[in-house]
Design a protein. Sequence first.
Length: 308
Amino acid sequence: MPSNERNIAVIFINWFHAGRTIASVARIGRWRRLHPAVFVVCNGDTPAGRASLRDACTGHARFLELPNNAGFAGGNNAGIRAALEAGFDKIALINTDAEIAEDDFATLLQAFGQVRDLAAASPLIVERDGARESVYAGGQDISRARQTRIVFGGEGSNARFTHPDHLMGTVLVTRSAAWRRVGPLDEAYFFSGEVADWCERARAQGFALAVDREARAFHDAAMAGDGARDGDYLYYSLRNRFLFIARHRVRRKAFLFARWTVIALFEAAKALATGRFNRARACLAAARDGVRGRWGARHPAGGAPGHG
């Protein structure tokens, strides 16, 4: 088992952005007090990109190359399995379009000594999209909330930790014991919703979740691009609500399926009226596949977002 000071694993998922992933690995390598091991899981890249990742993954970083795009869930599961087999006590999932400073990461680790039965903790997520900046503190139940992310304004209780319905997968630190009891991310989601599902299962087993208001991470939302957000990102976000309902809201399934179908049709109509045809197609496909129970990758070859 790794020594205590190195008893943390960090997982990055690469999907055709080797330069960004390498920069993320390098930032962790510059930390002075914490020395986590890094697992880079490659869901896909060009031959040159894969080669550069192999070259970069030396010393504290290990390269895991998957034959196909396994999505956010499958890619992270590969890293989680490797970290569990290696005996790490804490496992962090960090998006390559997100950054957390060493001091904030160290602050976040304190949650595991202060919150009883804690499965996972996340910092406040400061999201930057051009000149706009928003701060989020976890999320609401994805079976009922259209805008699931909880906006943090600094008001309310002075308590250091908040306990939302689910945490955001942008930056997430987890306890290995929770993975062993709760199980891996559900790969039927492929992308989006799998962390909310895992949090739901963790809470059902008596684990706690926490957002640490004293720690912050930064997420560059602009890296996704408008095309992705109106296409595959939207598709998975909407379709996977049906999956979450089928898994966790069985008694209200008929009502909730009808509600989200109406929402999808309404959003598709709005998109058509403004000429956003890619968005309309995503909404209609999400409702169709959600009702039919078609899960996994939207595209047969897995050509879809491979990171969180």
